[in-house]
Design a protein around this ligand. Sequence first.
Ligand code: SF4
Length: 178
Amino acid sequence: MLWLFTLALILLFFGWLASTRSRRLRLESGLPAGRLVYADSADWRPNPQPFYTKTYQLSGKPDYLIETEAGIIPVEVKSSKAPQVPYLGHLLQLAAYCLLVEETTGRTPPHGLLKYADALYEVDFTPELRRELLETMAAMRQARLAETVRRSHQQPGRCAACGFAYVCDDALIRWNEV
Ligand code: SF4
């Protein structure tokens, strides 16, 4: 069950990143914006099990995997409409899957795919993206040692959808009113 908790923490953190770190920061960091592509999803196969890497203490489960000549490509599916450029949190989640595929198969995926309701982005797994991921993971480990982590937004809707609202002192909603 530890991996489930780890996975939940990672997804929660990446979701938080998606809305708290600005597009400007992403652009300044030189991270790839992703290319809009059209892809036949016929050869996408659902991924039944999570990957885990002891080296990075990271686990996660891409929605789909595609076997290509360049190696296995992870696909993350979002039900929302596509932003103008993918959010940083989405990029990092996809990068984490690229890292997990690399660790598991021994081959580095050249890119991953971010599938939104109305668009598909191909995102290169660049050295900059890898570095941002590793730095973010280091910050996460550091944050886990902190006694208190304060709320970073003013969006009651996010708290209403949050699985930790019932134990969170910073929630913008009352749990028993949801
Ligand atoms: S309930 Fe707490 S942890 Fe969840 S989104 Fe709101 S402030 Fe963040």
